[in-house]
Design a protein around this ligand. Structure first.
Ligand SMILES: [Zn+2]
Length: 206
């Protein structure tokens, strides 16, 4: 994409209001090579202050607002095995698995909105243009339990970010920006590879 045609997205800067205790030092910007997609598994609406304690570099609300909570050079314990190289992006909402199962029975059952998917794509494009990221991963691919790799430990994040966010943003970034996702079967530690069903379009369509 020619640089001249690219317009930076509006990003709400919350880096002065976020939780400083989540910052675990810094890394050189040159170490960053991936965006990691997450779902919050809860929807706190469109008011940016509601997300000040979310442990991620960015949040994308269901109304398409992009919020930055921490500078990209900040190390966060947000994406398990991908922490050193990844920029963590959380999508607000509680999204179902490919089998239509929601994780938390007591939370609202959401589906990502079109404006949210669109904003997520704009954010990935921004990170690609500005920081040269080469990969997009699902959080589920890089799960390490507290204390590191444990044989047999169960991945608690197997629906992060879920099939709709993955298809709408992850597969889009692969097709349009030529980002890699490690390929079929790729995972780290106790992570879980992306299933084939996440790679094809579902209802709703994006
Ligand atoms: Zn996650």
């Amino acid at each position: 994409m020619p640089r001249a045609m690219w317009i930076e997205p509006d990003i709400v800067d919350m880096t002065a209001a976020s939780n400083m205790l989540d910052r675990k030092g810094t890394r050189p910007a040159t170490d960053i090579n991936a965006v990691i997609l997450h779902q919050i598994a809860d929807d706190r609406g469109s008011e940016p202050m509601q997300y000040k304690n979310t442990r991620a570099h960015f949040v994308v609300t269901k109304t398409g607002i992009i919020i930055q909570l921490h500078p990209v050079e900040t190390m966060l314990w947000a994406s398990n095995a991908f922490n050193k190289v990844g920029v963590a992006v959380e999508f607000a909402g509680h999204f179902a698995t490919e089998k239509g199962v929601w994780w938390k029975g007591n939370k609202a059952h959401n589906i990502p909105t079109n404006v949210q998917i669109e904003a997520g794509r704009e954010l990935v494009l921004f990170l690609y243009m500005k920081h040269g990221i080469k990969n997009v991963y699902a959080h589920r691919q890089g799960y390490l339990p507290e204390g590191g790799y444990q044989s047999g430990a169960v991945n608690q994040r197997s629906n992060c970010p879920g099939p709709d966010i993955w298809y709408g943003v992850g597969e889009w970034a692969k097709s349009n920006l030529s980002l890699g996702d490690g390929g079929k079967g790729y995972k780290l530690g106790n992570g879980t590879a992306i299933p084939d069903s996440w790679r094809t379009q579902r209802v709703p369509t994006f």
